[in-house]
Design a protein around this ligand. Structure first.
Ligand code: FDA
Length: 305
């Protein structure tokens, strides 16, 4: 049986994700989760989202970049995205993975690439969100986030409710007065550092949501789980938080009905719009989140065969 763990192992393999990215059917199915291959295509999709009163955060796909030129190139792409957001008057900020900016090469080099983007975003009055990758990167990501936040102010980070350490991290970031996006976590993690059971991940999500609504700065709740959304809303009501004080975030192409419903109810919704040609690891993580997506893919592979 194809398990979440197997899919997450596949998502970590360059050879297997390379194979997947050359498969026509996978490429067509990935389009459901990816806002296009080019920035122009992504801009069109974001325009549609904005016209439905939904905000966006733009991710240029790519992770674990191994050479300096590639990482510097990725930083330049983000500066271009920020320019395009301003020029096209889009309601969007950017989301970045530090391994795309050279975290596997050298911490300082990666930090400098992030600084360039944060500086560019600040000049344009925009905001940079640092995605959280696997636990191999948590400490370094938080360190680099802190230096960028202290220097520029317009930088936020992501906290994953599956990690045992996250409560301490939320308290620390609340103390910094920085912005957090809370999610469950999308990587394969050992039980020594992460809750193995979904029930505990969900319970911790709501516990962290409470801490963020009590003492955080404009927290973002990134989930498609209706129970997490309802739970978060009930905590917000209990604490007297108004809809302007937080936002929900969802992935492009997932639960559009829920996105629309929340907007209609007066809540802010931001869609994570990823675009680019290196979609395979991102796509396989989306498959791991919902086995039905894999069954659909397999059925069609057999049909094509
Ligand atoms: P859960 O997985 O319990 O799903 C609840 C329901 O949502 C499912 O029953 C299904 O209906 C729907 N659903 C969820 N995923 C789906 C999918 N792939 N296809 C179809 N339906 C699906 N993770 C991380 O480690 N670091 C990060 O920086 C981020 N960033 C991020 C940004 C945003 C905006 C979102 C929404 C998510 C992330 N994530 C992330 C991913 C996150 O950690 C998590 O893996 C997914 O959001 C899935 O968890 P849910 O909270 O949606 O609940």
């Amino acid at each position: 049986m194809i398990t979440r763990n197997l899919l997450l192992t596949i998502s970590e393999s360059k050879r297997l994700t390379g194979f997947i990215s050359r498969n026509g059917l996978a490429s067509r199915l990935a389009r459901r989760f990816v806002a296009g291959e080019t920035l122009l295509e992504a801009i069109e999709e974001i325009r549609k989202l904005n016209s439905g009163k939904t905000r966006a955060t733009i991710d240029h796909l790519g992770e674990n970049v191994e050479d300096r030129a590639g990482a510097q190139g990725a930083a330049r792409v983000y500066l271009d995205i920020l320019d395009a957001v301003r020029r096209e008057r889009l309601d969007a900020n950017v989301s970045i993975k530090l391994t795309q900016l050279g975290l596997d090469i050298d911490n300082e080099f990666c930090r400098d690439n992030l600084f360039r983007i944060a500086e560019g975003a600040k000049a344009l009055g925009n905001f940079v969100r640092i995605d959280m990758e696997s636990s191999a990167y948590t400490v370094r990501t938080l360190d680099i986030f802190r230096s960028a936040f202290e220097r520029y102010g317009n930088v936020g980070v992501v906290i994953q409710s599956y990690l045992y350490r996250s409560e301490r991290d939320v308290e620390w970031i609340n103390g910094l007065r920085a912005r957090v996006r809370l999610c469950k976590g999308a990587y394969r993690e050992p039980r020594e550092i992460a809750f193995p059971r979904k029930k505990d991940v969900d319970r911790n999500f709501l516990q962290l949501a409470r801490l963020l609504l009590e003492g955080g700065i404009y927290p973002a709740f990134a989930t498609h789980d209706e129970r997490m959304i309802e739970g978060t809303l009930s905590i917000a009501r209990e604490l007297g938080r108004s809809p302007e004080e937080f936002e929900f975030q969802m992935l492009y192409g997932i639960r559009r009905d829920l996105q629309k419903g929340l907007v209609e109810d007066g809540y802010t919704v931001r869609v994570y719009a990823a675009y680019g040609r290196k979609w395979a690891p991102f796509f396989v993580r989306r498959l791991a989140e919902r086995p039905a997506n894999v069954l659909f893919l397999l059925k069609n592979l057999f049909r094509e065969g």
